[in-house]
Design a protein around this ligand. Structure first.
Ligand SMILES: *Cc1c(COP(=O)(O)O)cnc(C)c1O
Length: 425
């Protein structure tokens, strides 16, 4: 469920017409719905009651400070993968103790920063990282709260590029290596051992791999406890899929919660979850306008003003995003290719899409673009960085400006020697 719907033929986000935003802000532009973000967070929290877990929103899905602030106000923590994301979470009002710091390549500087600001949990992914973390904690005279991210040798997810739990991915410590490393963490005076973390992939629709992964985590936790090591926290990661089109049976937080409760029945622990896509995907759209129509013998091409630099998911993961006209159309549909202006064949949103006919100048919205959209945007082809807008009820505000080409060029300069050298003939 989300708060983007037609009213009298006009596509609204909550109480605001998206056409009004397109006119005021221009296109392309991301638009997020506060009510949808809050609702998804609430549904997840309700499903997980009475576990009363920490729900740490995965900042990498949508890092806008205004979005993080909405969730922080409802009690969300933050799952972060860089010092930059920690800074964003703090700026948005997430208390440090609700921040989880994960990621396979945390630098010593980033680990030090995380210890300095007092994040609640650092998920260590390798023996080398544990050594670095101990050094950081010791230098600062401050203990570091640590969990081991294990790789349960089972991957899942909507695309190879987003499956993280398979044995040969770069993520996590193998189940075989985990006990010795956890013991080392428990015995070190500069670490506070919390427990285990796992995250096996993204856009997961089939719960079976999650069940297997969680069973393995429970078995490992029981082994560690039997050996006398404290395992108080279990961080079960994110990954539950969001519906990208009208699916008959979308992945449901309640089924997911039932699975967690079943696997961990009788196992007393403090749980954490790191949903990203599930919370944000359906809470955002990307507004775009048709630049022109290119007739082709087979089927026409619609050239849009949004491109792969604004929304890379179709180019990178063959992802599907529905394109809805802002002004609802009569039943006449056509089959068409949807492309952006970037000079790459990969800059194609859809091939052979059947949808209502759109004319040049008309605006439309790519749906389900609130997660892994704006965060992955670039300025490729010297395009302005796409702006972001937040809607709440009948109000909207620009929460990230469109970064103009002049602002981008303003950060570049010729090297000092450029003017001294003779110009080549
Ligand atoms: C990406 C990621 C998440 C969020 O994944 P979603 O599929 O967006 O829920 C959570 N935890 C970790 C460690 C991640 O890398």
């Amino acid at each position: 469920m989300h708060h983007f719907a037609y009213r009298d033929g006009v596509l609204f986000c909550e109480e605001v017409s998206l056409a009004a935003i397109a006119d005021a802000v221009g296109t392309p532009a991301y638009v997020y719905s506060t009510a949808t973000l809050r609702r998804h967070f609430q549904v997840f929290r309700d499903a997980m009651a009475p576990l009363d877990p920490l729900i740490a929103f995965a900042v990498k899905a949508n890092a806008n400070i205004a979005v993080l602030h909405v969730l922080a106000q409802d009690g969300a923590g933050a799952d972060t993968v860089s010092a930059g994301e920690i800074k964003r979470a703090l700026a948005a009002g997430v208390p440090p103790e609700k921040i989880i710091f994960a990621g396979v390549g945390k630098t010593r500087a980033e680990l030090g920063f995380a210890v300095d600001v007092g994040v609640g949990q650092i998920n260590v992914e390798s023996p080398g990282e544990l050594v670095e973390l101990i050094a950081c904690a010791q230098t600062r005279g401050r203990k570091a709260p640590v969990a081991l991210r294990v790789n349960p040798a089972i991957g899942a997810g909507g695309h190879d590029k987003i499956a993280t739990g398979g044995g040969d991915t770069k993520f996590g410590i193998s189940l075989a290596d985990a006990p010795a490393l956890y013991q080392a963490a428990c015995q070190n005076p500069w670490l506070v051992p919390r427990g285990l973390a796992v995250h096996i992939g993204s856009q997961i629709k089939d719960l079976a791999p999650l069940r297997t992964a969680f069973q393995r985590v429970r078995a490992l936790a029981e082994t560690l406890r039997a050996d006398g090591w404290p395992v108080r926290h279990l961080d079960l990661g994110g990954g539950l899929g969001a519906p990208y089109f009208d699916e008959p049976d979308p992945p449901s937080p309640s089924a997911y919660a039932a699975l967690v409760k079943d696997v961990f029945a009788g196992f007393d622990a403090a749980f954490a979850f790191e949903p990203g896509r599930l919370i944000a995907a359906n809470a955002g759209v990307l507004l775009t306008r048709v630049i022109r129509r290119q007739p082709r013998p087979e089927r026409d091409i619609l050239v849009l003003d949004a491109a792969m630099n604004d929304l890379v998911r179709p180019a990178m993961y063959e992802a599907y995003h529905d394109l809805k006209p802002l002004q609802e159309k009569d039943a006449a549909v056509e089959t068409i290719d949807l492309v952006g202006p970037v000079c790459e064949t990969g800059d194609t949103f859809a091939k052979g899409r059947t949808m209502p006919r759109l004319e040049p100048g008309e605006a439309a919205a790519f749906m389900t673009a609130g997660a892994y959209g704006a965060v992955m945007a670039s300025t490729y082809n010297a395009r302005p960085l796409v702006p972001e807008v937040l809607v709440s009820g009948d109000r909207f505000a620009i929460v990230r400006d469109r970064l103009s080409i002049e602002e981008q060029m303003g950060r570049e300069r010729l090297p000092p020697w450029a003017n001294a050298e003779p110009t080549p003939p």
